[in-house]
Ligand binder design. Structure first.
Ligand SMILES: CC(C)(COP(=O)(O)OP(=O)(O)OC[C@H]1O[C@@H](n2cnc3c(N)ncnc32)[C@H](O)[C@@H]1OP(=O)(O)O)[C@@H](O)C(=O)NCCC(=O)NCCS
Length: 200
């Protein structure tokens, strides 16, 4: 009998609660991404109980949505939509994409693109105008992907992260979620004091 190979099932979902081996698989995927150098802040994987508390916290705190990538049903990566805190009225238009990774062995199946799209769709449905993110200079695949998905780089911080005693630059991106509205004008080179009555 001839075996017909099929592509592995690769899909993204919003996770509301951990079931079955979800927590174990998510921690494993995160451990591998951190060890590979793509940790979201962590440089070495934390103890498993610390990692588990972190993920439980993500589902428990208000203002966050957790999206997970599944390959053949197993969680292999994630991304979060982080909403602005209620006191930030001036910044209430912008949500943030954060904690985005795919385990090294599960890359190349289109899951990262699906994750970003899911975060973006939910931010748009929630009425945010902008999705923003920041990323280390060494995350080449992520940088390519953000640019290809329409994120605009607006700035760089040369002392964004410290890895093995060396400072790394971080890049800042935004994407307008309602394309019809277009991009806001760029910042003036030299800020001028606002006229009386202008927003501060
Ligand atoms: C960035 C990352 C999530 C991509 O995962 P992935 O599973 O390879 O991504 P996908 O299969 O969905 O591919 C997405 C796109 O990226 C491209 N891509 C993947 N790896 C690439 C690389 N090394 N260089 C250039 N492009 C790359 C793919 O060709 C694809 O392009 P397309 O959708 O326009 O055809 C993964 O490399 C990762 O986890 N990196 C470490 C963590 C990280 O950098 N997170 C971001 C921090 S904010």
């Amino acid at each position: 009998m001839t075996e017909i190979s099929r592509p592995p099932s690769a899909l993204v979902e919003k996770l509301e609660q951990f079931r079955g081996s979800d927590m174990h698989d998510l921690c494993d995927a995160a451990d591998h991404a951190i060890t590979d150098g793509g940790g979201f802040g962590w440089l070495v994987p934390p103890q498993r109980d610390v990692m588990e508390r972190y993920w439980r916290g993500v589902l428990a705190v208000p203002g966050r949505s957790l999206f997970v990538a599944r390959l053949e049903g197993l969680i292999v990566g994630s991304a979060q939509l982080m909403r602005p805190p209620p006191n930030n009225e001036a910044g209430a238009f912008a949500a943030t994409l954060t904690t985005f990774f795919i385990a090294p062995w599960a890359r190349g199946h289109g899951l990262a693109r699906q994750l970003i799209q899911s975060v973006e769709d939910e931010a748009r449905e929630d009425g945010y105008d902008v999705l923003q993110l920041d990323v280390r200079e060494t995350q080449y695949a992520a940088l390519q992907l953000y640019r290809r998905m329409g994120f605009v780089q607006w700035g760089a911080n040369p002392i964004y992260a410290k890895v093995d005693g060396r400072f790394l630059t971080g890049y800042y991106f935004y994407k307008m979620l309602d394309e019809a509205r277009g991009l806001p004008p760029g910042p003036a080179d030299i800020p001028t004091p606002p006229a009386d009555g202008a927003p501060k």
